[in-house]
Design a binder for this molecule. Structure first.
Ligand SMILES: C[S@@+](CC[C@H](N)C(=O)[O-])C[C@H]1O[C@@H](n2cnc3c(N)ncnc32)[C@H](O)[C@@H]1O
Length: 381
């Protein structure tokens, strides 16, 4: 189940965070197709890998001195852990948001695993364009159902012509031919994008600064908007956490009700945390009242260290839909809350989060609802 055997190696690979009775593999048919093709082509290092989900590509290609660019802390942790499990040197891992540094500037091969969103692909393409030479081998791969036409168009506009392979086990490779005239043309990077949001009551505006890959980057999400009306806490919290903060909207809106509190904004996306920090500062909120943390949920946070946690949980990890991350967020929130502290969440009605919260906290209350969402409160007794 967790052994990937390819022409390169046989490796033990796990998804992170590790779950009891995991039923999903840490790689997909697109990784296997790509690895077999790259072996046939006798590819050369150093290689750059964009968006290696759980490390299947970077660990398999470890002898080609891979550098990985990712926006995900969980992917980063997976690559580190899977390298350790297989006693391999860990590849260089760079967050997408970080500017590329000179020493990593030359790559013979660039591999792109098709990400979940067009925005993430665009941001990665814009980043790697200066690294592409006429002799760079560039290839993308993904499961057919995740490869959108707009993604292919974006590759064609930013890098060069594409040629799709035949599909194999529902995966496809996309061969990319670098076009020098395209690569040298000036292109404006559309990120970060700004969004001005008026808070309920109409007397305060927030500036959201959205880097690529941030939740609700084009317009305010309808769930988040509903949550904005229901953020005031009836006690005066000192330590507030925005768990899965995205662009920081919930923390920034909560600040309006609790301007003396200290805030911690946490997300596993490097772009999200950078967006949250930029938005907080751009909305002229006090810098010394907030810290911005890239992390997997609240792993490593001290017990009993917060008294109010707000959370709009994710319902997928990479391409996999499920409530396992939400469940981790709720259980870790309980650990981190003090006695009497409150977790407040929003969820789609059909997700049944009230059952989970009741099981964990022994209590749950619905504070508000509409046809689509519920806002639930659970208190650590
Ligand atoms: C539904 S969005 C909510 C964003 C924002 N709070 C809002 O309401 O607009 C969920 C967020 O959880 C983040 N996330 C997903 N898995 C996470 C994890 N393991 N640890 C921390 N954050 C995570 C995602 O990156 C995303 O920003």
């Amino acid at each position: 189940m967790n052994h990937l055997t390819t022409v390169w190696h046989s490796l033990e690979l796990n998804r992170y965070p590790k779950q009891k009775n995991e039923t999903l593999r840490a790689w997909d048919a697109a990784d296997e197709y790509l690895l077999s093709y790259l072996h046939e082509q006798n590819i050369q290092g150093p290689c750059l890998i964009i968006n290696d989900g759980f490390g299947a590509l970077s660990t398999s290609l470890h002898q080609l001195s891979p550098t990985v660019i990712t926006d995900s802390f969980l992917s980063q942790q997976s690559i580190i852990a899977n390298s350790q499990t297989n006693q391999l040197d860990c590849p260089t891992i760079l967050p997408l948001i970080k500017p590329l540094e000179k020493p990593c500037g030359y790559f013979k091969t660039i591999i792109i695993k098709i990400p979940k969103t067009l925005a993430l692909l665009e941001a990665a393409l814009l980043k790697i364009r200066p690294l592409i030479n006429s002799d760079t081998l560039i290839i993308a791969a993904g499961m057919v159902k995740y490869i959108q036409t707009s993604m292919i168009e974006s590759i064609q506009q930013l890098v060069g012509p594409t040629r799709p392979s035949l599909a194999k086990k529902k995966a496809r490779l996309i061969h990319i031919t670098p076009d020098h005239s395209l690569l040298t043309a000036k292109v404006k990077n559309p990120y970060p994008k700004e969004l001005c949001v008026e808070l309920p009551g109409g007397n305060r505006k927030l500036n959201l600064i959205n880097f690529a890959n941030v939740f609700g980057q084009h317009k305010l999400d309808i769930g988040s908007r509903f949550f904005l009306e229901n953020l005031a806490c009836d006690h005066e919290p000192q330590q507030i956490i925005d768990l899965g903060c995205g662009n920081g909207l919930l923390a920034m809106a909560t600040y309006q009700h609790h301007p003396d509190s200290q805030f911690t904004l946490v997300d596993e996306s490097f772009s999200a945390v950078a967006s949250a920090k930029a938005g907080w500062l751009s909305s002229e909120l006090p810098e010394n009242q907030a810290r911005f943390v890239v992390n997997d949920c609240l792993t490593g946070f001290a017990s009993n260290s917060a008294d109010y946690i707000v959370c709009n949980p994710p319902f997928h990890q990479q391409h996999t839909v499920g409530d396992h991350i939400a469940w981790r967020m709720f259980s870790q929130a309980k650990q981190v809350l003090q006695q009497g502290g409150e977790l407040r969440i929003i969820g789609n009605r059909h997700l049944g989060y009230h059952i989970k919260l009741k099981r964990l906290f022994g209590n749950v209350q619905m504070l508000a609802s509409n046809s689509k969402f519920v806002i639930l409160q659970a208190v650590k007794k």
